[in-house]
Design a protein around this ligand. Sequence first.
Ligand code: V55
Ligand code: FE
Length: 488
Amino acid sequence: MAHYPETPGFTGVLRPIRLEGDILDMEVEGEIPAGMNGTFHRVHPDAQFPPKFESDQFFNGDGMISLFHFHDGKVDFRQRYAQTDKWKLERDAGKSLFGAYRNPLTDDEAVKGQIRGTANTNVMVHAGKLYAMKEDSPVLLMDPLTLETHGYHDFGGKLKNQTFNAHAKIDPVSGNLCTFGYAAKGLLTRDCSYYEISPTGELLFETEFEVPYYCMMHDYGLTQDYAVFHIVPSTSNWDRLKAGLPHFGFDTTLPVYLGILPRAAGATAKDMRWFKAPKTVFASHVMNAFQDGTKIHMDIPQAENNSFPFFPDIHGAPFDPVAAQPFLHRWTVDMGSNSEEFTSVEKLSNWIDEFPRLDERYVGQPYRHGWMLIMDTEMPYEFPGARASGFKMNRIGHIDHATGKQDTWWCGPDSMVQEPCFVPRSPDSPEGDGWIIALVDNITTNYTDLVVLDALRLEEGPVARAKLPIRLRSGLHGNWCDAAKLAG
Ligand code: V55
Ligand code: FE
């Protein structure tokens, strides 16, 4: 009999779902916009078996992939586990064999040396395959429509890096899927590499480099010519793992850096340039990055201090929920100067915001429109509990960088919103012209709806809601793939 911990991480809003299945032709309120044909894949962590430790944390759950397939005004739903090596070994054993988050010292002897990945962070279609990703392991390939797992992929043995970052980005100019890995040569190592995968799924090049100190590199920025790496002190070492502490701890005494690496087959670690931030802050997800002459801008939610209570301060400082609040900022460095410091840090929004997105046809390019989740504490919440992070996101926000204008939609007192995703109205519609889709979890009725909003008129509210008869778990990330691109 399965008994999950009776902790906030496994009860209430975060009760495991573990349900795989299909719903042909979802119930829809309103109208799915004509011409909206394609797939929305997203993922949430969902431990297949009760974890080995009561203290197990959200990021350690097995990846559960949901597919919303839009065609002819209808939406079909499918949900399957990503069948990672870990998932299969545990399925065979009928119980958890792998231990704490990124701590192999806590695993059963029988699984020593096996890939520990959960594929629980992001899913994206590229070269006709669904890439299911977790930053500590290789990429897992799946079928985008059946959600059948093909298995881990090493690009014909060519990729040296052992890890594949979940915030991979498709460069709209080359069509390459661009990503990197940290802890590339083993757990806790400072080794990384940046690499690009062609539109047909071939590894094109790999540039190895080292970071100033080992840290969580959850996302990065891509521009036309550079890969941009923010180094923020959620760090770790073997002593932490031996002591059974959470993998990451936040060290406010370490500096924040931005590393700028040319994107080119011939580039080496020597071409990397490091810039130091004016002070130590927390930052994780990137909205977008782009070049402006010799300047490089990166738009990124930034908090004064650590945003992850489950990866606590390394020196024992108590978690500060106010300092943990992120606000969208613009970081600027100048490749034309000799400076080793940031040029500027500018606050772009007064909303508490995270899960930034853009019209992905503008990844790495100067852009105008961004979207994100907002926590508006002025609005009422009529439910107990929260997300694992403590953040209760109740608005989707749009920011127009050209005018500074912001437009939002509030999801109501009984619900929370998951990460938004932009869907262009047509392949050549202007930037921002299209829809925002997002999952809205109603904590009172216990149902999740997929809402469709006009991306530039959020305030008008959903034009359609595709309704699930269950509530999904809080998820991480997801992506749209146009029907025409599904086959690769
Ligand atoms: C994050 C999420 C992860 C992870 C590391 O949001 C960082 C950040 C879902 O797993 O392993
Ligand atoms: Fe993320």
